[in-house]
Write a protein that binds this ligand. Structure first.
Ligand code: ADE
Ligand code: ZN
Length: 327
């Protein structure tokens, strides 16, 4: 058994394994520009965030029906359950689908069929986070939020993802204001490839409660101090950072430093089908590469529940499981 944990930075589209991509392509009559599963695997070499996103969006074309989205989410839950994930807050990118003519309802109904009963079937409580693609317009984000309004009971928060540089958080001030009026919580990717100033802007202009990635905050000591003081969590994704060349190699990863500075850092998998591992592999990887102790690992697990959008009773129960865990 591995330590109980919450996963807070996981793009459901990023769990599309090559085998499932090929199976769905065949079922749906979709063309994939790869001759075999192996050839697709071999394409998982990225120069930067954009080169990854190009493949990620290309492969979403195989996701067309409710059943496809249900199977995608079920496959993730099976893996997460085996890895000790007790709670997952799952990103989805509706515009990656609506832009191809797949209705919003197909996406959310398909995902929901897997998630609504996830606690009983997989032992994992789940919540959905609707992400806006920041390289599309602010108007498109507002239209997406409108499409989501009939489904707000299935969505806990809004997020912001896709190509970061050149698309600062402030571009989305209006849609975040509207989301908060609707009672949604708020997170945003910031400080992955973009500068530390995007992290401050996400906090100050969008009112986010948690930062996705955020590793470039280390370039701004005053901002680090603020995040420590305000206990703003960071959902860090070590394998992603290496694969997208945000850092050179895992032994250079600043996660241990982040913990030792008192940042509320958590470990997550981002797009595990593309980056070489799910959350437990990420944890094992940083433990070995950075020499993390059992207490570091317990802190990471504790942070994951502290940072999650669960009710206080559930949080206390999960934190109790973390304290009782024997490494
Ligand atoms: N969409 C999926 N994964 C992402 C990441 N790591 N950064 C930005 N957008 C993403
Ligand atoms: Zn991400």
């Amino acid at each position: 058994m591995s330590v109980p944990k919450a996963e807070l930075h996981l793009h459901i589209e990023g769990t599309l394994e090559p085998e499932l991509a090929f199976a769905l392509a065949e079922r749906n009559g979709a063309e994939l520009p790869f001759a075999s599963v192996q050839e697709l695997h071999d394409a998982y070499r990225f120069e930067d965030l954009q080169s990854f996103l190009d493949l990620y969006y290309r492969l979403t074309d195989v996701l067309r029906t409710e059943r496809d989205f249900t199977e995608l989410a079920e496959a993730y839950l099976v893996r997460a359950s085996a890895a000790g994930v007790r709670h997952a807050e799952i990103f989805f990118d509706p515009q990656a689908h609506t832009s191809r003519g797949v209705p919003f309802a197909t996406v959310i109904d398909g995902l929901w069929a897997a998630l609504r009963d996830s606690e009983r079937r997989y032992g994992i409580s789940t919540k959905l986070i609707l992400c806006f693609l920041r390289d599309l317009s602010a108007e498109s984000a507002l239209e997406t939020l409108s499409a989501a309004e009939p489904y707000l009971d299935r969505i806990v928060a809004v997020g912001l993802d896709s190509a970061e540089v050149g698309h600062p958080p402030a571009k989305f001030a209006a849609v975040y204001r509207r989301a908060r009026e609707l009672g949604l919580r708020a997170v945003a990717h910031a400080g992955e490839e973009g500068p530390a100033s995007y992290v401050a802007e996400a906090l100050d202009v969008l009112g986010v409660e948690r930062i996705d990635h955020g590793i470039r905050v280390l370039e701004d000591p005053a901002l680090v101090e603020r995040l420590v003081r305000e206990r703003i969590p960071l959902t860090v994704c070590p394998f992603s950072n290496v694969r997208l060349r945000v850092i050179d190699k895992l032994t250079d990863h600043p996660l241990r430093l982040m913990l030792e500075l008192g940042l509320v850092a958590t470990v997550n998998s981002d797009d595990p089908a593309y980056f070489g591992g799910y959350v437990q592999e990420n944890l094992d990887g940083v433990r070995d590469a950075l020499g993390l102790s059992d207490e570091h690992l317990r802190t990471l697990a504790r942070n994951s529940f502290e940072a999650s959008f669960i009710d206080e009773r559930t949080r206390a129960r999960y934190l109790g499981e973390v304290e009782a865990y024997r490494f």
